[in-house]
Design a protein around this ligand. Structure first.
Ligand code: UT7
Length: 331
């Protein structure tokens, strides 16, 4: 009998209907379509316009899509993890609300916060629980309502981010499919470069912090870009090498969608042609915790049992990593 691995056995996703296009952004800040497209690869992002709906709305929709497609019984789900940096509220767990709303009433749940690496870290956590034999069905959701923390007068950030959610189900597999290897990293020295300054214990929200716009995401794009390019490419290359694989053994690169130029640099380092690289940044922008599952969802019909997928992500913290996963099913 092969060792028990943790396989992805179902996928679901949701993006809101409203499209914030580059030409609309041109009317909001001093920018233009040509600049945005050439520097980032983004054409439009989805925005959850309804002010009464938070990240849980996106997460529930993605989970419901997965449940409808796979037929999994929510009562059999053991654990619901929601990776997000935009929880509904700072204190009540978003995942608890999501689990209850989708009928996963036998599950426990928690939120996971690792910025753009949140979903990747969640894959590591979900897989470890499955491999330990402790749980059999884990629903991992990556969801972010980035529009709730973006300053739409700041052209350095508002052109990049969008809202969305994706979900995957992890289950035990005895045929060798599932998570094969991972490299996970973090470096707190990066926290000055990409952050929301206020609203946490270090600088609680006050009239002054709101007046200064410190409740919004701010970033030193150039520094983040440099670190992202080097670190994402490094771990992707390392994971391929240490599993004694060549570029021909890799069927898909599943990169975090922060900037098309970062994606291209990572693909180049592992010597993969563009046909093997999942890209949807042009449609959704950077949806933070949702980029990886949105990619798998968009490409699901092209995935074949036994395909080798290399995931790679980089984000605030800094946090980054790479996962090698053998795909478990044909659609
Ligand atoms: O998921 C992890 C989170 N974030 C990231 O991974 C983001 C990583 N960083 C990036 O993707 C890029 O750094 C950006 C897309 C944010 C910026 O691209 P860049 O090539 O690094 O541009 P830059 O910041 O160096 O700016 C170049 C020029 C500047 O003008 P000058 O000083 O050369 O005259 C900016 O003022 O472009 C200007 N600029 C803009 N122009 C039009 C900056 N933002 C804009 C804009 N539209 N939106």
């Amino acid at each position: 009998m092969t060792d028990m691995k943790a396989a992805i056995t179902a996928v679901g996703a949701y993006v809101p209907e409203y499209k914030l296009t580059n030409s609309i952004l041109e009317t909001m800040v001093d920018t233009n379509d040509e600049w945005i497209l050439s520097r980032t690869g983004i054409q439009e992002r989805r925005i959850l316009k309804d002010p009464d709906k938070g990240t849980s709305f996106l997460a529930i929709k993605a989970a419901e899509d997965l449940i409808a497609k796979s037929g999994v019984d929510p009562l059999e789900i053991d654990l619901v993890i929601v990776a997000t940096i935009t929880p509904d509220q700072p204190v009540a767990s978003t995942s608890a609300y999501v689990a209850t709303q989708i009928g996963a009433t036998n599950a426990f749940s928690y939120d996971m916060m690792a910025a753009c690496s949140g979903f990747l870290y969640g894959m590591s956590t979900a897989a470890a629980y499955i491999e330990s034999g402790r749980y059999k069905k884990i629903l991992l959701i990556g969801a972010d309502k980035m529009s709730s923390i973006i300053d739409y007068t700041d052209r350095a950030t508002c052109i990049i981010f969008g809202d969305g959610a994706g979900a995957v189900l992890f289950e035990p597999n005895f045929e060798g499919y599932g998570l094969q290897d991972e490299i996970m990293r973090s470096d707190g020295g990066g926290r000055a470069f990409l952050r929301i300054e206020a609203g946490g214990s270090l600088l609680p929200t006050s009239h002054e912090t709101v007046e200064n716009g410190q409740h919004y995401v701010s970033q030193d794009g150039k520094s983040v870009f440099k670190h992202a390019v080097n670190n994402m490419a490094d771990v992707a290359e390392q994971i391929v090498k240490r599993n004694h694989m060549s570029n021909e053994d890799i069927d898909w690169l599943v990169p975090h969608q922060a900037n098309k130029r970062i994606i291209d640099a990572t693909a180049k380092r592992v010597e993969l042609p563009s046909e093997k690289v999942m890209v949807n940044i042009h449609k959704y922008g950077n949806t933070t915790s949702a980029t990886l599952p949105l990619c798998i969802n968009d490409y699901e019909s092209q995935l074949k049992q036994g395909d080798n997928l290399v995931f790679a992500a980089f984000g605030g913290g800094f946090t980054w990593g790479s996962i090698l996963l053998k795909w478990a099913y044909n659609s």
